[in-house]
Design a protein around this ligand. Structure first.
Ligand code: HEM
Ligand SMILES: [Ca+2]
Ligand SMILES: [Ca+2]
Ligand SMILES: [Mn+2]
Length: 348
């Protein structure tokens, strides 16, 4: 019998790859190109981090309340941040995203795909390169026509928790889903809140999509890794590590603290909930039924070095500011050895 005797009506894409819909085939070519030429051969480095951030900054330009009032509150995950980068990347909260927008744009144009699709695809492929990463859904078919989002849709690290939760609710997210989305800060660093410590990560493992972020943000703050007096910064627990004021507060707020703590001992739940919240984010402004499911193109992520979170070397249970009233903070092992400094994410 021919070797494709079981073959169904799936599309043959070339290179021996098949897809459930012929429209998905071109995404295999995009995949190969960006893994090699944007993500340095499949790493979870600076471009991946910036690409994941960009999925949020494009999509969150969307407002239910503006819609109800008959005003334009942004078209969501529509590629507007790339189409109108000269407008949107000048918004204060988008500081620094111009770099990755400029790096991504030629890939989208070369492959003839829409900016909205490309941004969500690059984020999904990128985060699959991170150890222990999630496998995000990818739906294709967003139109390439958009209008610039209004300023003020992207949360700032110096915004109050009330303001952040209200803005996120206006885009359709519950407080728990805001926490779920913030698993992204496990593969993240800052460049612009304090430019003197470029690439300072939010947890000690910025190439692994693990729960260290949810542990380390609960440690008591002791130092500023750089010059210290920046709007939106809060003291971090480790030399070289950076803590956003918004992460400090969301980790401790009664509305979000229990979801936050729940991920400390449950990597699997963190990934499943991140996948679910990202599936919502990626289709803001769209009817998902009008899009084609090309998730099969997204690679199966590598395993994490460890799926079990630890207290960083030199830290103890007494350094944790437990903030979930209902549930005691779980017992964690402390990593062996003396306290170490967190290395910056190398610039690309
Ligand atoms: C909810 C409120 C949020 C606030 C206030 C916030 C704020 C920030 C800030 C200030 C930075 C540092 C940017 C820089 O200086 O280079 C950052 C980085 C980052 N954010 Fe967020 N963020 C939020 C939510 C999210 C969400 C929902 C995602 C993705 C789903 C995300 C993904 C990232 C990533 C991956 C980075 C690292 C970028 C890099 O390493 O270059 N953030 N965020
Ligand atoms: Ca947008
Ligand atoms: Ca991490
Ligand atoms: Mn960066």
């Amino acid at each position: 019998a021919p070797s494709d005797a079981t073959a169904d009506n799936r599309a043959k894409c070339g290179g021996g790859r098949v897809a459930s819909h012929p429209q998905c085939c071109k995404w295999f070519d995009v995949l190969d190109d960006i893994q090699k030429n944007l993500f340095d051969g499949g790493e979870c480095g600076e471009e991946v981090h910036e690409s994941l951030r960009l999925t949020f900054h494009d999509a969150i330009g969307f407002s239910l309340s503006a819609q109800r009032e008959g005003k334009f509150g942004g078209g969501g995950a529509d590629g507007s941040i790339m189409a109108f980068s000269e407008i949107e990347t000048n918004f204060h909260a988008n500081n620094g995203v111009d770099d990755i927008v400029d790096k991504q744009r030629p890939f989208a144009i070369d492959h003839g795909v829409s900016f909205g699709d490309f941004i969500q695809f690059a984020g999904a492929v990128g985060v699959s390169n991170c150890g222990g990463g999630p496998r995000l859904q990818f739906l294709a078919g967003r139109s390439n026509s958009s209008k610039p989002a209004p300023d003020g849709t992207v949360p700032e690290p110096f915004d109050s928790t009330d303001k952040i939760l209200a803005r996120m609710a206006d885009a359709g997210f519950t407080p728990n889903e805001v926490v779920d989305l913030l698993a992204s800060h496990s593969v993240a660093a800052q460049d612009h809140v304090d430019p003197s410590v470029h690439g300072s990560p939010f947890d000690s493992t910025p190439s692994d999509f693990d729960a260290q972020f949810f542990v380390e943000t609960l440690l008591k703050g002791e130092l500023f890794p750089g010059n210290g007096s920046n709007q939106g910064e809060s003291q971090s627990p480790l030399p070289g590590e950076f803590r956003l004021q918004s992460d400090f507060e969301l980790a401790r707020d009664p509305r979000t603290a229990c979801e936050w703590q729940s991920f400390v001992t449950d990597h699997n739940s963190m990934n499943r909930k991140f996948e679910a919240a990202m599936a919502k984010l990626a289709v803001l402004g769209h009817d998902p039924r009008s899009l084609i499911d090309c998730s099969e193109v997204i690679p199966q992520p590598k395993r994490a070095k460890s799926n079990v979170a630890v207290l960083p070397a030199g830290k103890h249970r007494s350094d944790i500011q437990a903030s979930c009233r209902q549930t005691p903070f779980p017992a964690l092992k402390t990593a062996p050895g003396p306290e170490t400094s967190v290395a910056p994410v190398p610039p690309s």
